[in-house]
Design a protein around this ligand. Structure first.
Ligand code: HEM
Ligand code: HEM
Length: 166
């Protein structure tokens, strides 16, 4: 059951974000256009990391041993990419934020909802990265919860930011 929900959420997110960004929100300048590509790529990388939660969840819930083993193998491979994905996504999104502040900061005003949700997402990304580093150094109950919670708040915030109308 959980894995169907998980697959449907993934499909909706990938299709929904691409449709929204490229169909409903045409951009004017080349820099903004590039900035949107950077953000689109970054959220896909972040989303792979967010998926670790669902994979660990399905591993815990699965009743068939083969499914558990196959998913555990897959999760080990994905965890090898976890930190590189986080670092790459952060690089892309810092460029995105920089371009948007430079090109649209004055046009929209720094208090615009799109900008404010952008700064907030960036703040939560920093917290998630720090929490991930702590957890990586030494995992405790608190550190596990802290990284998971910050990752989920980050994901919610960047989804709000993505769909915030201009
Ligand atoms: C300082 C931080 C940020 C600022 C000022 C900012 C600003 C903006 C602005 C103004 C747009 C609209 C561009 C347009 O369509 O013309 C945009 C779009 C977008 N941003 Fe950000 N952003 C920031 C951080 C982030 C972060 C951290 C993420 C994701 C983790 C993100 C993901 C996206 C995505 C996916 C879009 C495409 C949606 C759309 O075109 O409406 N942004 N951002
Ligand atoms: C965009 C940034 C990141 C996101 C969205 C993210 C998300 C996640 C999620 C959802 C989990 C599963 C948590 C659970 O079910 O308990 C996880 C696990 C983990 N993350 Fe991150 N993470 C990010 C960055 C990082 C970074 C930078 C590090 C380390 C330097 C890190 C280290 C870990 C570790 C060690 C685990 C535990 C894996 C295991 O239990 O085998 N994460 N992350």
């Amino acid at each position: 059951m959980a894995h169907y929900v998980w697959i449907i959420i993934n499909a909706l997110l990938v299709a929904g974000s691409a449709l929204y960004i490229w169909l409903f929100r045409p951009s004017d300048s080349a820099a903004v256009f590039a900035g949107k590509w950077l953000a689109q790529a970054a959220i896909l990388l972040f989303w792979v990391n967010v998926n670790m939660y669902f994979i660990f969840l399905v591993i815990r819930k699965a009743k068939v041993r083969n499914v558990k083993v196959a998913l555990a193998r897959m999760s080990r491979k994905m965890m090898k990419a976890h930190i590189p994905l986080a670092v790459a996504g952060t690089g892309l999104i810092v460029l995105h934020g920089g371009i948007m502040m430079w090109k649209l900061g004055a046009v929209l005003g720094v208090g615009h909802g799109k900008m404010v949700t952008g700064y907030a997402s960036l703040g939560l990304l920093a917290i998630t990265l720090a929490a991930g580093v702590l957890r990586h150094r030494k995992a405790s109950g608190f550190r596990r919860k802290f990284h998971l919670l910050s990752a989920m708040v980050f994901a919610c915030l960047f989804l709000i930011h993505l769909f915030w109308p201009l």
